[in-house]
Design a protein around this ligand. Structure first.
Ligand SMILES: [Ca+2]
Ligand SMILES: [Ca+2]
Length: 177
C-alpha cells in the first residue's frame, strides 16, 4: 500500500529544493496537485531545469561539481524519485512533476545506495572531461543527452511516453539504458 503521508512529505522536500534533507527533517509546505503535472518539455525548459539542478548540487558553490557532489545528487535524485513516484522538473514556471511507472514508494536499500553511488562515480568521468570536474555546460550537455535519447521523433519536445523515458533517466541521472 502506498503511504499518502510519505508521498506528501517527500513532495514537500522536493518542492522546497531540499534534496539533501532527510524525510524526518521535512518542512511544511504545499504538496503538488494534479495541475503541476508536466505535459511537455522543450529543450529550452530543460536548460532552465539543468541550471537549477546544477546550482543546487554545487554544494560548495565552486562553480563545478566534483565526484562527491555528483554522487550525492544521483543518490538524492534516485531516493526522491523512489519516495515520490515522480521526478520534479523545474523548467522556469515553478516545479512540475512527471510520474514514474514504478511506484515502489519505499526508501532505497543500502545495496541500491552502493550501486547508485558506484554508477554515479564512474558516469561522472564521462561528463567531467580532462579537468575531472563537471561545470555548468558539461552538466547541461549531460541533461541534453538524456533529453535526446528520450526524444524518439526528434522534434525537440518531449511528450507522454517520451517524458516517461526522460523521467526514468532523470531519476538515475543517467543517459544510459
Ligand atoms: Ca562544487
Ligand atoms: Ca570539466
Amino acid at each position: 500500500m502506498i503511504s499518502i503521508a510519505l508521498k506528501t512529505t517527500a513532495a514537500v522536500i522536493a518542492a522546497a529544493g531540499l534534496a539533501y534533507t532527510s524525510a524526518e527533517e521535512a518542512v511544511s509546505g504545499e504538496a503538488y496537485g494534479a495541475e503541476s503535472r508536466l505535459k511537455s518539455l522543450t529543450e529550452e525548459a530543460l536548460g532552465v531545469h539543468a541550471q537549477t539542478v546544477f546550482h543546487r548540487a554545487d554544494r560548495d558553490q565552486s562553480g563545478s561539481l566534483d565526484n562527491n557532489e555528483y554522487a550525492a545528487l544521483s543518490i538524492a535524485s534516485a531516493e526522491l524519485a523512489r519516495l515520490n513516484g515522480f521526478v520534479v522538473i523545474e523548467g522556469g514556471n515553478g516545479p512540475t512533476t512527471v510520474s514514474l511507472s514504478e511506484t515502489a514508494s519505499s526508501a532505497l536499500s543500502p545495496a541500491e545506495h552502493v550501486r547508485i553511488d558506484a554508477v554515479a562515480r564512474s558516469t561522472f568521468y564521462l561528463h567531467a572531461g580532462n579537468d575531472g570536474r563537471i561545470d555548468e555546460n558539461e552538466f547541461a550537455n549531460a541533461q541534453r543527452a538524456m533529453f535526446e535519447v528520450a526524444d524518439f521523433n526528434s522534434n525537440g519536445v518531449l511528450k507522454r511516453g517520451e517524458l516517461a523515458v526522460f523521467a526514468r533517466r532523470q531519476a538515475l541521472m543517467s543517459a544510459g539504458v
